[in-house]
Write a protein that binds this ligand. Structure first.
Ligand code: PLP
Ligand code: NAG
Ligand code: NAG
Length: 487
């Protein structure tokens, strides 16, 4: 839970108010100037309109150098950030030929598979030679290689479901599958902080969408009871089906889903459960099998398990794992399966190799070591940040840890100052988070060494003092002693 201090809330609101007021004022003068300059209205309505456009121009563009920084290497523990400059107050940015080596605290490279790997990379190169980068065909035409079927079986076995189906993109997995599973007359009950791909999938399905308070099983029960009693809008007929959608680890919060409690509620009311494990599959659980394993949930109790290959596996694409009947049904009906080119074979091979390492089927214990490392690294980093007095969201064991910034001025200040000291962090603000709850989001990797983490902590601590985001100061940090021990 966010513990937004009262004064911080006030100053944050005030800052946004100020930005908004000045932005509006500038827009007003802009319009005035444009109006006096030209009268040749072409009769078209402007394509970009409204508050979001205003937000982009007057707020986002002022700090756009903190976002979308180009990278010139693999997203390993350290990576090369391309230097940029601007001649017009950061309105347009230009790349230089220089890069800066920075500690990477932003990529979802949880197990470290996103960089060259002694087992994955040779296999991927071999598959590239054999199959080429693209299949140039959809799955039901010529786009199903041996690798695709192998990965479907492997994913099913890995997550503990009878069958699985692959998609070329994680985002599309949600946004195309949800409409294939449910439509008009159905009810989707979605966590209030679910990912945009789920939100768009739910909206596009035509089903009625109700939202329950983030990670709150008792509110879920309340909503379910109310909706079942009410039935469909107007007709009050019973819902055709009900699907409850949650995430394993919430990507902006670092929080673990209260899955056992949520499943108990769903069972009680005969609602299906849909679990998005984008950030949890491979990253948590003793053998990397995600939140079910971590929280002691039988995968048989989750009806539809969704995940992506873009985080722990260092590849691209997504999957759905479910009963044989559901997967068969999706293969016959889902447009993203029938009409989209299949996953790139080397990307498929990358996931196969990564899962084999995680399962120990590569003939080494590197998978187990990586899983132990990500857990140790995450818990060390989180506890040190908390000791320093930062407001850190999320749960132990989660490699995602948001540090609250709140104030809009602190977003660029934190991001730029960290980068200046060779630490690359991701900052997130509205519309990805609520307006007042801007944050920096740290993602820890198994490929970070203890020295890397200590370097990151030192810089974040210094910058945190500078920017004034240690909202809950506690005891002095212990990492200095750790550093001495290392030396
Ligand atoms: C919870 C969740 N679901 C789905 C996705 C989309 O996956 P992809 O980035 O692989 O398209 C993301 C991406 O970050 C996510 O966080
Ligand atoms: C533009 O970006 C640079 C570095 O990213 C920053 O130091 C500078 O203050 C920014 N300029 C403005 C006018 O915001
Ligand atoms: C690259 O970095 C060097 C050393 O910091 C600097 O002298 C040079 O001007 C930079 N080049 C560009 C294109 O910015």
């Amino acid at each position: 839970m966010v513990r937004l201090p009262y004064l911080t809330a006030l100053t944050t609101l005030f800052s946004y108010g100020l930005l908004f007021a000045f932005g509006q004022l500038r827009d007003f003068f802009r319009k005035l100037i444009d109006w006096t300059k030209s009268k040749d209205l072409k009769g078209y309505a402007p394509i970009c309109l409204g508050l979001e456009d205003f937000y982009t121009r007057r707020l986002y563009l002022r700090i756009q150098d903190c976002f979308g920084r180009p990278i010139a290497s693999a997203p390993d523990a350290w990576f090369d950030v391309v230097e940029r400059y601007s001649n017009d107050n950061n309105k347009t940015l230009h790349r230089t030929s220089n890069t800066t080596k920075c500690l990477n605290l932003g990529s979802y490279n949880y197990l470290g598979f996103a960089a060259a790997d002694e087992y994955c990379t040779p296999h991927v190169i071999e598959s590239l030679r054999k199959y080429s980068p693209g299949t140039c065909s959809v799955r039901v035409d010529g786009g199903t290689t041996k690798l695709h079927t192998e990965l479907e079986e492997l994913v099913a076995r890995f997550v503990g479901k009878p069958a699985a189906i692959l998609f070329g993109m994680g985002y599309v997995t949600n946004s195309a599958i949800i409409p294939a599973l449910i439509g008009k007359g159905g009810l989707i009950i979605s966590d209030s902080l679910n990912h945009n791909s789920i939100v768009n999938g739910a909206r596009g399905s035509g089903a009625t969408v109700r939202v329950f308070q983030h990670n709150n099983p008792s509110h879920l029960e309340e909503v379910l009871r109310e909706q079942i009693a009410e039935g469909q809008p107007r007709t009050h007929r019973p819902w055709k089906k009900i699907i409850v959608i949650v995430e394993g680890i919430y990507s902006m919060e670092g929080e673990l889903c209260k899955l056992p409690e949520i499943i108990a509620v769903c069972k009680k009311y005969k609602a299906y459960t849909y679990l998005d494990e984008a950030h949890s599959i491979g990253a948590v659980g003793k053998s990397g099998r995600g939140v079910c394993e971590l929280l002691g949930v039988d995968p048989a109790d989750v009806d539809i398990m969704m995940g992506t290959f873009t985080k722990s596996f260092g590849s691209c694409g997504g999957y759905i794992a479910a009963s044989k009947e559901i997967i068969q049904y999706l293969k016959y009906t889902c447009p993203a399966h029938l009409y989209a080119t299949s996953m790139s074979p080397p990307a498929v091979q990358q996931v196969i190799s990564a899962i084999k390492i995680i399962l120990g089927e590569d003939g080494s214990n590197r998978g187990a070591q990586k899983l132990a490392r990500i857990r140790e690294n995450s818990n060390f980093f989180r506890s040190e940040l908390q000791k320093m007095g930062f407001e850190v969201l999320g749960d132990n064991d989660s490699p995602v840890m948001p540090i609250m910034l709140y104030n809009p001025a602190k977003i660029p200040a934190f991001s730029r100052e960290c980068l200046r000291q060779n630490v690359a962090v991701v900052t997130v603000a509205f519309p990805a988070t609520p307006l007042l709850l801007a944050r920096a989001r740290i993602c820890i990797s198994a490929s970070h060494s203890r020295e890397d983490l200590i370097k990151g902590l030192e810089v974040i601590s210094k910058v945190g003092d500078l920017v004034g985001i240690k909202y809950f100061p506690a005891e002095p940090p212990k990492y200095e002693q750790d550093r001495k021990k290392l030396e």
